[in-house]
Design a protein around this ligand. Structure first.
Ligand code: GLC
Length: 506
């Protein structure tokens, strides 16, 4: 039976729950700008959606808070419950803060409602200054509303720059608030490239933070203010999404000019690799793919998926062609300039190439151009299409992830689970999760290359092709090895739990 314990005697509404086993639950609040299934632009949303339900619910009460975007599909929004509203000092006025609530998959979600800030067709706009104001508002609203709804977090776990001001505000505006005494914060970096930088004046107007916080050892960053940097300075602990990326970001090559700070905080920084949601990405039950399959019937299963994929995309139906795929945001991070530089040297008559994604117009047009030039070899799907993505994972022979940097990367993990061999650059999470093929020992789960150079990339692609066409048995054995890997959230969730408990001195 569940009992309730009144944790804060001065505020009768504040409760912490006791688990069935009689332990006090540790309360964790995830704060983020996106989360599946409500709103997604990248891997951040997958992690924020999957990790909470992977944590042991008999020890942790994990809740998630994101903005109440009007672009959240009505099929969810219509079922949100109104919880409360109040007015909060923000900038030079009082702003409305509404609180909506919804339970999904056993997890309680909160949504910060303010139509002025969170309307629009996408969660982020093209105007960074406006986004910074919106997420500054979000950070403050999160802290202002927790005492009102009566969920008392032991730890606030913040994700990426949009939530970077939460640890800062916990040490300033909310520092003397009784509710936040002893509450810890964690800042997780999913991508260091985006930091939320704007001029100090604007930040001061929005936040009313004191002058002493805008110095180089705190929020200042080259005469401007930096939201992520604030989070990295003030959070009790910092994590990122793979061990290699945790090392890389302490160097000038990957540190995005915060390497000094990250190095200084190295004792409070670690990498925990992401998992993927094994319920969503399971070729044995996935109803988005043409034919389900497991490790025992993978060859037949993938052959059928390949045939139907070729049919759907209007490519010649030929089981002997090697289908190479890429599913990605089309940005510089993803190494697409390497691909562009050598594309015409690997897209021969034995090869088909399928891309799914949107992003920089230059890359979108590059793929459109290749599709126009090689209509029976290239399919360019310049869109975000989840069902088609699943079909490609199932139907492809190989998936490319030649990233310039990659904090973790999820597509290589999904590819492994679907028996599509990943070809990756040895960086960040790609390096930690794909073991290079060794043709002598017949080990490894994919193909890798080191230097960010188009010839190294091409060499890796050609090597993979030679194994595919000449040593198919070895290829097929590698497909099975990849499928046997475990990249579910299990072991990473245990690491997060250990970190939470250690941070709270449990
Ligand atoms: C970002 C990173 C990606 C990572 C994801 C989730 O999108 O670019 O590498 O997997 O966040 O942590």
């Amino acid at each position: 039976m569940k009992m309730e314990y009144n944790k804060n005697k001065d505020s009768p509404g504040l409760c912490t729950e006791i688990s069935e086993e009689g332990f006090f639950l540790t309360n964790i609040l995830f704060a983020a700008s996106e989360c599946v299934p409500f709103v997604k632009t990248g891997g951040l949303a997958d992690v924020v959606g999957a990790l909470p339900k992977s944590l042991d619910s008999s020890r942790f009460d994990v809740r998630v808070i994101i903005p109440y975007y009007t672009c959240i599909p009505a099929r969810y929004r219509n079922f949100f419950h109104y919880r409360h509203h109040f007015y909060m000092d923000f900038s030079d006025r009082q702003e409305h803060v509404g609180i909506m609530e919804y339970e999904f998959d056993g997890i309680k979600f909160y949504f910060v409602d303010n139509e002025y800030y969170f309307n629009g067709a996408t969660p982020y706009g093209s105007d960074l200054k406006w986004d910074i104001e919106r997420f500054t508002f979000f950070c403050k609203a999160v802290l202002a509303m927790m005492p009102v709804i009566g969920f008392h977090p032991d730890i606030i776990h913040c994700h990426d720059w949009q939530t970077g001001l939460i640890p800062v505000l916990m040490h300033s505006t909310f520092a003397t608030h009784p509710f936040y005494q002893g509450v810890k914060s964690i800042m997780t970096i999913h991508n260091l490239r985006f930091q939320g930088v704007w001029d100090i004046k604007t930040f001061q107007k929005n936040t009313s933070l004191p002058d002493y916080m805008f110095t180089p050892d705190k929020l200042e960053f080259k005469k401007d203010a930096n939201m992520l940097k604030g989070g990295l300075v003030y959070a009790d602990y910092i994590t990122t999404v793979s061990e290699t990326y945790a090392e890389e970001i302490k160097t000038a090559q990957y540190g995005e000019q915060l390497e000094g700070l990250l190095y200084a905080r190295r004792a409070s920084l670690r990498g925990i690799v992401n998992g993927i949601d094994y319920d969503v990405y399971n070729p044995q039950t996935d109803n988005k793919i043409f034919a389900q399959y497991g490790i025992d019937d993978v060859l037949a299963g993938k052959a059928e998926n390949k045939r139907r994929l070729q049919e759907e995309l209007g490519l010649p139906q030929d089981p002997h062609k090697m289908v190479i795929g890429i599913i990605s945001r089309l940005t510089d991070q993803k190494g697409l300039n390497l691909l562009g530089a050598v594309f015409e040297r690997f897209i021969d008559e034995h090869t088909q190439f399928v891309v799914i994604g949107t992003g920089d117009p230059g890359y979108e047009n590059m793929f459109r151009y290749f599709a126009g030039r090689y209509p029976d070899r290239v399919s360019a799907n310049i869109c975000y299409n989840d069902a088609l993505a699943h079909k490609l994972y199932a139907g492809a022979d190989m998936m490319l992830v030649p990233s310039l940097f990659e904090p973790c990367g999820l597509t290589q993990l999904i590819s492994l689970r679907y028996g599509s061999i990943p070809l990756v650059r040895e960086t960040g999470g790609l390096k930690d999760t794909v073991q290079p093929y060794n043709e002598f020992e017949l080990t490894g789960t994919g193909f890798t290359f080191g230097p960010f150079h188009s010839e190294d990339f091409l060499h890796a692609v050609n090597y993979a092709k030679s194994v595919f066409f000449n040593y198919r048995e070895n290829w097929d054995a590698m497909v099975r090895r990849g499928m046997e890997q475990d990249f579910s959230w299990g072991s990473s969730a245990l690491q997060y739990q250990g970190m939470y408990e250690w941070l709270l001195g449990k």
